[in-house]
Ligand binder design. Structure first.
Ligand SMILES: C[S@@+](CC[C@H](N)C(=O)[O-])C[C@H]1O[C@@H](n2cnc3c(N)ncnc32)[C@H](O)[C@@H]1O
Length: 268
């Protein structure tokens, strides 16, 4: 028996809407993938507005007419907003391959200062980047795990670990997908991993993930919103404060002189 659709006009209408949505999605993806190819090779990481301004010039050089370029930029912006982790990974992957990237590949002096005073155990390096801190810890007897959203960062960390003859347990993961575990770590490192400091739900999982006697080490820019009125510290008032300082210094990330927050807290 042949089933007839009672509303063929409606069916055609829905098919057209579906096709239009698909084409829009496809054009957004195409604009994004062209942008991504350009950024991976030639882009200068920076504020999104600056990156897009440079890309506009590029499109103009390629002969893309103004209105078409504007439409593409809007699609790229929309795609980036819909896929924030992909956009972040693209940004940091480029930083890690960019020869002029202003960040230090040497381990944090603050991390060295604090970790040297502790008995090595299990350490988690949150947003480990290219592994500068993980590798120092592993070389100094710690059993190190780390995660990051940047595949390039993780790749470089593996290469550096192999060159240094140490092992790292790494995961390509985001803050949202990595399971921190419970009472698992003797040291949790958050070096220039600011995005989550003001996320109270995430910081609660950090608290739970530390072993009693374990240390949370934070280093990053002070003075910003999450740092105001000791916001992070106030979530850890039951912890023993080993170090809490906010002093001007040259940052490992950005290489600028700025008030830097350095904090090491021991779980009771
Ligand atoms: C400023 S870098 C710091 C890297 C490293 N901790 C260091 O001190 O060298 C920030 C790192 O956070 C990672 N990142 C950004 N957003 C992330 C997310 N949502 N989940 C996991 N890692 C993320 C980046 O890929 C980058 O490696």
């Amino acid at each position: 028996m042949v089933r007839r659709n009672k509303h063929p006009a409606l069916l055609v209408q829905w098919s057209m809407i579906g096709l239009l949505a698909f084409l829009l999605l496809l054009s957004g993806d195409t604009a994004w993938s062209e942008f991504r190819t350009w950024f991976e090779k030639e882009g200068t990481p920076g504020a999104p507005a600056d990156v897009l301004a440079t890309y506009t010039v590029k499109l103009k050089e390629r002969g893309v007419p103004g209105p078409e370029a504007q439409a593409r930029l809007q699609e790229i912006e929309a795609y980036g907003k819909q896929h924030p982790d992909e956009a972040r990974a693209l940004h940091f992957n480029r930083i890690f391959t960019w020869s002029e990237a202003p960040f230090s590949r040497q381990p944090s002096e603050f991390l060295k200062r604090v970790a040297s005073t502790r008995k090595p155990g299990s350490a988690l390096d949150i947003a480990m980047g290219q592994g500068r801190n993980s590798i120092w810890l592993a070389k100094n007897g710690w059993t190190v795990s780390g995660y990051d959203i940047s595949a390039e960062g993780i790749r470089q960390a593996h290469d550096a670990a192999a060159a240094a003859g140490v092992k790292l347990d790494t995961a390509l993961a985001s803050h949202e997908t990595y399971a921190l575990g419970e009472a698992k770590w003797d040291l949790i490192v958050m070096c220039f991993a600011f995005t989550k400091l003001s996320d109270t739900a995430y910081m609660k999982t950090v608290r739970e993930a530390l072993r009693p006697g374990g240390v949370l080490l934070v280093e990053g820019f002070g003075g910003g919103k999450p740092m105001q009125r000791n916001m992070i510290l106030s979530a850890f008032l039951d912890y023993r404060v080993l170090v809490y300082e906010e002093l001007p210094d040259v940052s490992d990330w950005g290489k600028v002189k700025a008030p830097l927050l350095r904090m090491a807290l021991e779980k009771p």
